[in-house]
Design a protein around this ligand. Structure first.
Ligand code: FES
Ligand code: FES
Length: 156
């Protein structure tokens, strides 16, 4: 048994300690935002935040995560009430196949928590580990920019 904190809620999971977090999220906790892409830490489809930092959940065993703060796409908002980044990604119609989008949003979330007003270079650098095979990168950059502007306006 491993006790995790996922999106602010304590969860006890029965997967073996060496199970990658991605499988625990999807198969045991039914949190399907994070996606399986490569399973090798190379594409970013599985990115979630641990203590505010993006990690590849496909190669992160749960035994390393007890007492850490895990956040997934589901922790940022819902279909009915999307968070600022989720709303901006929808408004900019970033998704083509959509497979990369959850990881992109999680890494963008980490960026905006660190740099609330990022320039395009900041956005491009932060998102570099994330692959989008459909090539929607410029729409994704616009969405992150839009989310930062909307969040700044909302805090005025
Ligand atoms: Fe984890 Fe590709 S599925 S990095
Ligand atoms: Fe298809 Fe990015 S929208 S991989």
């Amino acid at each position: 048994m491993t006790t995790l904190t996922v999106n602010g809620i304590g969860r006890t999971v029965s997967s073996t300690p060496d199970t990658p977090l991605l499988y625990v999220l999807r198969d045991e906790l039914e949190l399907n935002g994070a996606k399986f892409g490569c399973g090798l830490g190379q594409c970013g489809a599985c990115a979630v935040l641990v203590d505010g930092e993006p990690v590849f959940s496909c190669i992160t065993p749960v035994m390393l995560l007890e007492g850490r703060d895990i956040r997934t796409l589901e922790g940022l908002g819902t279909a009915e009430a999307p968070g600022p980044l989720q709303a901006a990604f929808i408004e900019e119609q970033t998704a083509q196949c959509g497979y990369c989008i959850a990881g992109m949003i999680m890494r963008a979330q980490a960026l905006l928590e660190r740099i609330p007003h990022p320039g395009d270079d900041d956005i491009l650098t932060a998102l570099e580990p994330q692959l989008c095979r459909c090539g929607t990168h410029m729409r994704i950059v616009r969405a992150v920019r839009r989310a930062a502007q909307n969040m700044a306006r909302a805090s005025e």
